[in-house]
Design a protein around this ligand. Structure first.
Ligand code: C5J
Length: 220
């Protein structure tokens, strides 16, 4: 099996070796009153990818293939949040402060929930992550190894921050990654475009880039 992609078709040995990775589609980044908003971003533009992420989620559920969603968040005592991360940004609210959706970027708070449109089913795994990358200080790699996953289809927000960091971490660990270009979004269109171009430049230095339709044409 091959998914049409850049820089060349993405080889998929078996659907059972692939997982859908949905990065940080949480209220903190997508809804007004969260971390993204506090940093001065126009959060509404991230909503454009929701239908495509839903289509991928639906297909993976239909074929009973593994799905992992992440949320960026910290322990209530912020013991896993480096002071450098909390101090950075000069936003109107800092990590741990109380905003309209509870404490900013703290695990379990209302703002830390995945948006209702993509709510995980009870048996689906949510990976809390304290950093930008989904492998740093998380259980993700253990889950992937347990299931024999070698290939990751990566979606979510934001393209050049947590999504790209995760793709690079995965690449260094030997995973074959495809970034789904219309299922990832950024507050900055130019940064998204640059990320899409750089990850698949040089013959796929970090991996592949393809569309939701490309992925679904292969799975359906
Ligand atoms: C950010 C993320 N932008 N999920 N997190 O801080 O990209």
């Amino acid at each position: 099996m091959e998914i049409p992609a850049k820089p060349y078709p993405y080889p998929l040995p078996s659907p059972h070796q692939v997982a859908l990775l949905i990065i940080d589609m949480q209220r903190d980044f997508i809804e007004p009153g969260g971390f993204g908003d506090a940093l001065g971003n126009e959060v509404g533009r991230l909503r454009s990818i929701i239908p495509n992420v839903q289509r991928l989620l639906t297909a993976f559920r239909r074929y009973q293939l593994p799905i992992f969603q992440t949320v960026e968040g910290h322990q209530p005592d912020l013991s896993d949040c480096p002071p450098s991360k909390r101090d950075r940004g000069h936003g109107s609210l800092k990590i741990g402060d109380t905003g309209p959706m509870g404490r900013i970027l703290v695990l379990g708070e209302p703002g830390n929930q995945i948006i209702p449109e993509l709510a995980p089913l009870p048996d689906e795994v949510i990976i809390p992550k304290p950093g930008k990358g989904a492998f740093f200080n998380t259980s993700l790699e253990a889950h992937l190894q347990e299931k024999g996953i070698t290939h990751l289809l990566i979606t979510g927000v934001t393209t050049e921050v947590c999504v790209q960091t995760t793709m690079r971490e995965a690449n260094d660990r030997g995973y074959e990654c495809l970034l789904v270009e219309d299922a990832t979004e950024s507050y900055f269109p130019a940064f998204k475009q640059a990320t899409l171009e750089m990850v698949c430049a040089q013959g796929g230095i970090v991996g592949w880039v393809g569309t939701t339709d490309d992925v679904l044409s292969c799975l359906d």
